[in-house]
Ligand binder design. Sequence first.
Ligand code: SAH
Ligand code: SF4
Ligand code: F3S
Length: 414
Amino acid sequence: MEKKLPAAIPAEELEKMEHYAALLAARADELVARGERRPRALIETYGCQQNVADSDRMRGMLELCGYDEAESRKDADFILFNTCAVREHAELRVLGNIGALKHEKEERPGLVIGICGCMMQQEHRVREIMEKYRHVSVVFGTHTFYKLPELLYSALEGERRAEVTNGETAIPEGLPVKRSGGDRAFVTIMYGCNNFCTYCIVPYTRGRERSREREKILEEVRSLAAAGIGEIMLLGQNVNSYGKDRYEDYRFADLLREIDGVPGDFTLKFMTSHPKDLTREVIDAMAESRHVARELHLPVQSGSDRILKKMNRHYTAESYKQLIAYARERMPDIRLTSDIIVGFPTETEEDFEATLALVREVRYFNLFTFIYSKRSGTPAATMEGQVEESVKKERIARLIEVQTEIRKQYYWEE
Ligand code: SAH
Ligand code: SF4
Ligand code: F3S
């Protein structure tokens, strides 16, 4: 029996998107008929693979609008920044880049500049752009990116518009796509996140978990496989909760097995897995598969149970290590990777050493290390005991050193 289903973009919205795309395409054709060049667009994508996947859809829509791809900012008639809000550094880079375009816009008033993605799901950032970055005229969030043609059209008519909604919005099914990944394709299996790790902005920028329909995913995989794609990467903030919002008893392990049955020569990967939700069934499905790569990205974030609890992660260092032990038992050659945050509020030297101990014990093939960054609106931002910047820097350097040693040993073994 199926549950209350997360909705796809309504047909009338898709029609509206196509309507504005057709108006823009007619405009582009007129330019060409007058002997001018076809308008060109550039999307600069920041952040995670989910943004890359969204940008592929937006490039598909821009193609429908009659736009060619620009090679650089100078070459573009429309520049769109698809942004990330996960750490302050990512936000500042985008703001810097947009600020730098002010002169370009003065010199070329016809240039349209837009900003979308996770940063625009934060009210204070939308306000900041609308008030202080007046050379930006197209603003939309992660839930409304299918409105790109309409907003671009409005901008060419001289309007500045921000279209941002919150909460659970439609699954972007039925949009054109122009893939950028070469021999690798991203296939989103679910949107959003319900985990609310206390440091993380993603549940606020991406809304609640929504699984795509199983048949839609399989269709996409089949057509990619038939076209001879080399690698398929299944995407979700937490792929292991796939299906929970949609099916009674169809889960990620079932999806993995079904996709594995699709004929073709592709390698199958997925990210990201949350340790609290990664089941032995998924590990079994990996071990028994033909297509799934022997790689597992399993972010641990910290090796200290006290910090894990404050992060709202719902596992312990011990339960995490047991999961890894099972994965290695089933697949001795598996390559493990992880994300770690140093300097989470109240992290002591002892907590940090527990992280180092875990890293030494697990021996990751690769590690993505981050200095804790305060995200306004998240619970950790207002916790007592924020760690000094200098301490964070010293800890991340020590962590990287430990990991570099481990990685060297991998090369000696190869
Ligand atoms: N859903 C995925 C990815 C989340 S973002 C997951 O759960 O793993 C990718 C990584 O960014 C996280 O794993 C975390 O290590 C890091 N990150 C998230 N918020 C952060 C913050 N406020 N400061 C520093 N690093 C952060
Ligand atoms: Fe952020 Fe946690 Fe969700 Fe990952 S699982 S996106 S870290 S809240
Ligand atoms: Fe960044 Fe949004 Fe991804 S905040 S990490 S681009 S989901």
